[in-house]
Design a protein around this ligand. Structure first.
Ligand SMILES: Cc1cc2nc3c(=O)[nH]c(=O)nc-3n(C[C@H](O)[C@H](O)[C@H](O)COP(=O)(O)OP(=O)(O)OC[C@H]3O[C@@H](n4cnc5c(N)ncnc54)[C@H](O)[C@@H]3O)c2cc1C
Length: 214
C-alpha cells in the first residue's frame, strides 16, 4: 500500500559490477563496485582524472548542477510495477525507457483485479459503491464475451482503466530524475505520485549521490 493506493513497486536490478566470471576488467574498471562509481569513472574519463575516483563526494551532484547530465545515463535501474492501466498508459509516455507489460491480448483477465482510487471515498458518500458496481459489470460483460467465444484481445475492450496491470520498466538515472521530477509534482495523477514517490525513495538509497537533491 503506497499513499493509500494498493500498488507495488519493486527494484529488480540496478547497474553493478561485471560478473566475476567475466574476463578481468582493466585496473580502473575493477574498482567500479556501484552504479555511482561507474558514473564517476565515466565523468572523470572526460578530464583524464580517473585516478581521483572517490575523492570528491559531491562530484556527481556538481556535474548534474552544471548540466553535464549525460554521465548519469551510464547507470540504470529496473523496476517491477503493479498498478492500474491508467497509470501504465501515462508511464509509457516516457520514451527513453524500456517496458515489458502483461498482455491483455494473450492473458485472460478472468479475475476482477483493479485499483480503487482512495479519493473516491472522499468525493461523495456513494462514489465507492458506484465504482464497485461499474467494476463488477465490466468483468461480468468481459466474461460473457469470452463465453461467447470472443478472443481476449477483443473482449478486453469492455475492461476499465482501473484494471490492474504489471509492467517491468528500465530507465537510466537521467530519465529517472526527469520522471521523478514530473511525476511527484502535485499536478501529477495521485496514483502516479504514489509510484514515483516510492521509486524516489528507492533511488535515494541505491544511488544517493545522484538523487539526494530530489
Ligand atoms: C502533470 C502532467 C500532465 C500531463 N498531461 C498530459 C495531457 O493532458 N495530454 C498528454 O498527451 N500528455 C500529458 N502529459 C504527458 C507529457 O506531455 C509527456 O508526454 C510525458 O510527461 C513524458 O515526458 P517528456 O515528454 O518530458 O519526456 P520523456 O519521454 O520522458 O523524455 C525525456 C526527455 O527527453 C527529451 N526527448 C524525448 N523525446 C524527444 C523528442 N522526440 N524530441 C525532443 N526531445 C525529446 C526531452 O527533453 C524529454 O523531456 C502530462 C504529464 C504531466 C507530468
Amino acid at each position: 500500500m503506497t499513499d493509500g493506493y494498493d500498488v507495488e513497486v519493486k527494484l529488480l536490478a540496478v547497474t553493478g559490477p561485471p560478473p566475476a566470471t567475466e574476463s578481468p576488467p582493466e585496473e580502473d574498471a575493477n574498482r567500479l563496485a556501484s552504479p555511482e562509481e561507474l558514473i564517476e569513472y565515466a565523468g572523470r574519463l572526460c578530464w583524464d582524472s580517473t585516478a581521483k575516483l572517490g575523492t570528491t563526494p559531491d562530484r556527481i551532484q556538481k556535474w548534474i548542477e552544471m548540466g553535464h547530465e549525460s554521465v548519469i545515463e551510464h547507470a540504470s535501474a529496473t523496476f517491477y510495477i503493479r498498478a492500474s492501466r491508467t497509470l501504465t498508459h501515462e508511464l509509457v509516455r516516457h520514451r527513453t525507457a524500456s517496458y515489458s507489460q502483461r498482455s491483455q491480448r494473450y492473458v485472460k483477465e478472468t479475475k476482477p483485479s483493479y485499483i480503487t482510487p482512495p479519493e473516491l471515498d472522499a468525493a461523495a458518500p456513494d462514489a465507492l459503491a458506484v465504482f464497485e458496481s461499474a467494476m463488477q459489470h465490466a468483468w461480468s460483460f468481459y466474461q460473457q464475451l469470452l463465453d461467447l467465444g470472443v478472443k481476449p484481445e477483443i473482449a478486453r475492450y469492455v475492461l476499465p482503466n482501473a484494471c490492474e496491470s504489471q509492467i517491468v520498466m528500465t530507465m537510466n538515472f537521467r530519465e529517472l530524475r526527469h520522471f521523478i521530477k514530473l511525476r511527484t509534482s502535485k499536478r501529477a495523477l495521485p496514483e502516479m505520485r504514489a509510484v514515483a514517490g516510492r521509486i524516489r525513495e528507492i533511488m535515494k538509497v541505491q544511488a544517493p549521490k545522484s538523487f539526494e537533491d530530489m
